[in-house]
Write a protein that binds this ligand. Structure first.
Ligand code: HPA
Length: 277
């Protein structure tokens, strides 16, 4: 089976299970799945039941797809994502994005946990990603181009939709939620960075570093789905004062900031409008 056949089989299964039209797809990052509690859930499907999806290996990623209503929109929320560091190919990592598009999604919203490289952006803060740098050794678009999905050489001038970001900031202002803006650098992981690497990442222009999002956003740019992404800053990567990385601390900080992110996303989705609706 080639990748398109695999995706079609996944989509067919989801349609048979009762997933109808989708307006907005949401990919929720590590420890940030709380938005699903705001969704008027119509269907919940474990990733393991969806044909051709890889098996998520990290125990704190639930791996559940939620379909329902939020703010008058039909949303598809991917609670848990596939990471490159788990050993999945890039093609596997971006399957949720492509499936979302095939189900009709007209916008993609992404969250992740990230380390801050910018001393002004502290633990617990939210950062709207305005651009990214990919340090992944691979691209989800490598290989034969899937012409039905997009161009051979997709433009990456504006992978994060300007209008969506503007609306995100507007909503954040109204809700009095501090929202930073910055550049996210995507690294393959799973090891954290050395002090020298943190210095390097800061020097090349990044404000936050993480091990996800970039592949999904590249796939979204290929598909021309407008996309918005927010990082929850879970650790501060000051090379001169590095503390040992503890995943439990990352999860604790993510949990603490999650209600803020959930409020922001819920209001943002409520506010979204699509042509003619
Ligand atoms: N580095 C890479 N990925 C991360 C970090 C980090 O410091 N924090 C959360 N994800």
């Amino acid at each position: 089976m080639d990748i398109q056949e695999e995706l079609r089989a996944s989509v067919e299964h989801l349609r048979e299970r009762g997933i109808g039209e989708v307006d907005v797809a949401i990919v929720l990052g590590t420890g940030l799945g709380g938005l699903v509690n705001e969704i008027e859930e119509l269907l919940g499907i474990s990733y393991s039941q969806i044909p051709n999806l890889p098996v998520a290996t990290v125990e704190f990623h639930f791996g559940k797809l939620i379909y329902g209503k939020l703010g008058g929109k039909r949303v598809l929320a991917w609670q848990g994502r596939f990471h490159y560091y788990e050993g999945h190919t890039m093609e596997q990592v971006v399957k949720p994005v492509r499936i979302s598009k095939m189900l009709g999604a007209r916008a993609l919203i992404i969250s992740n946990a990230a380390g801050s490289l910018n001393p002004d952006i502290r633990k617990g803060a939210l950062m709207c990603i305005e651009d990214h740098i990919s340090l992944f050794p691979d691209s989800p678009l490598r290989g034969n181009n899937l012409d039905a999905f997009g161009n051979r050489f997709p433009d990456m001038r504006e992978p994060y939709d300007v209008e969506l970001s503007r609306s995100l900031f507007q909503v954040a202002r109204e809700l009095d939620i501090p929202l930073f803006k910055g550049v996210y650098v995507g690294v393959p992981g799973p090891q954290l960075e050395t002090r020298a690497e943190y210095r390097y990442l800061r020097t090349i222009g990044a404000d936050a570093v993480g091990m996800s999002t970039v592949p999904e956003v590249i796939a979204a740019a290929h598909l021309k789905i407008p996309c918005a992404a927010v990082s929850v800053i879970t650790d501060e990567c000051n090379p001169e004062h590095l503390t040992p990385f503890k995943i439990n601390e990352v999860l604790t900080i993510a949990k603490k900031s999650e209600p803020l992110l959930t409020r922001l996303f819920a209001h943002f989705i409520d506010r979204l409008t699509f042509d003619g609706r």
